[in-house]
Design a binder for this molecule. Sequence first.
Ligand code: GLU
Length: 279
Amino acid sequence: MKRTRFAPSPTGLLHLGNVYSALACEHWAKEHDAQILLRVEDIDFTRCKPKHTKQLLDDLAWLGISFDDMSFQQQRLALYEQVLQQLIDMDVLYPCFCTRKEVDAALLAQKEKGNVQQRGLDPYLGTCKQLDKQQQQQRMQKQAYAWRLDCEAVSQQIGRQCAWYDMQNHEHCFDVLEDIGDVIIGRKDIRFSYHLCVVVDDAKQGITHVIRGEDLRSSTPVHRVLQCLLNYKSPQYLHHKLITNQQGKRLAKSKASPALKSLRDSGATAKQVRKSLGF
Ligand code: GLU
């Protein structure tokens, strides 16, 4: 059975960009006789609020999207912990004690020296990668830390060339050492990263097709690498266009962009909203 998911993070009100993703998932599911899951990605308890989850569920019901299933990441922490531990045991993660400020300062200093060897999604110069096991253990007793992906160790386990597949089954190749970087897999504050949870959930929830915005395309190689390490089947991916406002700017939740709620409050109908987005 084909199965996709809509996976919003309740950090604010749903805006038209999110609504576009939801409708694209619904449209694809109808066309392919597939199931659609609503996954509330509320893992970041510092930013996700129950009132946003409530509004999100209300907005989706108002739009008339019906889901075959629903899940909340906050209820799956034990599973993420187990998989994080599995990756630690595989020696593909290392603890990183650097603060964001330290990471940025090191990157800036490197740039000023004219050395622009910054790779991947979350460039990091590998300061904590130099620590040996004993030093790691000592610091872990005293200091907060994140877990970073050790791309060199990963490439030794799964090879350097990797690929993900789109909906047409086209291969998108990437280089594990060049295109990913030592991204954070276990966060210092909330323990689990988006990348970890999304990969675990897509696999455990039987997701065969992922439909999400173009802004997440650069995360797909990270997800693919985690799937390879964990021996998970990989879904096929579609990265849809991003909805922009009249000035051509991307609609981000943090900016003052049209929230679905305000359109509802001003009297728009679900049909009008769907039509304005081409559905
Ligand atoms: N939760 C993510 C977001 O709201 C989407 C995750 C995904 O589709 O993989 O941006």
